[in-house]
Design a protein around this ligand. Structure first.
Ligand code: AMP
Length: 171
């Protein structure tokens, strides 16, 4: 995964002062890197036997939808508020400053699904924990939570409890 790490660039003070933004867009421009990421998720989560992929807006849509297609599994988007048109569930969570909300269609996941949740990056873990809550609220199981990048110093895994968490590149 060193070749993946080399494609991630640091953008200081984006989107606000003090944040070092991990820009993964060069990965999207490298089909070989996308294939290696997809292959790694496929292998590492094979034993979890997922039946559905949930992608978190917005970069989680890209990695999640590519993985869903490779595994021939259905894909469900979890979105920021006000974007989903049909009946939906909402979960609010605490951000470093203020509150965030995520939404999912009520028919997005069924109670017998084993869901693999995908996002680009695990920071404090609030976003992924909210996505887990949405999935579990309909009675489905979180089979795994996968990230391309994990910022270890923010201890986001703690918010995900004992769930099956995998990240491919760490800082
Ligand atoms: P968190 O809820 O703190 O784990 O934040 C995770 C979400 O925010 C993910 O959807 C990431 O895309 C985004 N994010 C948070 N921090 C960063 C960062 N330093 N660089 C890029 N994306 C980030």
């Amino acid at each position: 995964m060193d070749s993946i790490k080399r494609l991630i660039r640091d953008i200081p003070d984006f989107p606000k002062p003090g944040i070092i933004f991990k820009d993964i867009t060069p990965i999207l421009g490298d089909p070989g890197a996308m294939a290696r990421i997809t292959g790694a998720f496929e292998r590492e989560f094979e034993a979890a036997k997922p039946t559905r992929i949930v992608g978190i807006e917005s970069r989680g849509f890209i990695f999640g939808a590519v993985l869903a297609t490779a595994l021939e599994l259905p894909f469900t988007p979890v979105r920021k508020p006000g974007k989903l048109p049909y009946d939906k569930l909402s979960v609010s969570y605490t951000l470093e400053y203020g509150q965030g909300t995520l939404e999912m269609h009520t028919d997005g996941v069924s109670s017998d699904d084993r869901v693999l949740i995908i996002d680009d990056l695990l920071a404090t873990g609030g976003t992924a924990a909210a996505a887990c809550e949405l999935v579990e609220r309909v009675g489905a199981q979180v089979a795994g939570v996968g990230f391309v990048v994990e910022l270890l110093f923010l201890n986001g895994r703690e918010k995900l409890g004992g769930r099956n968490v995998l990240s491919l590149v760490t800082y």
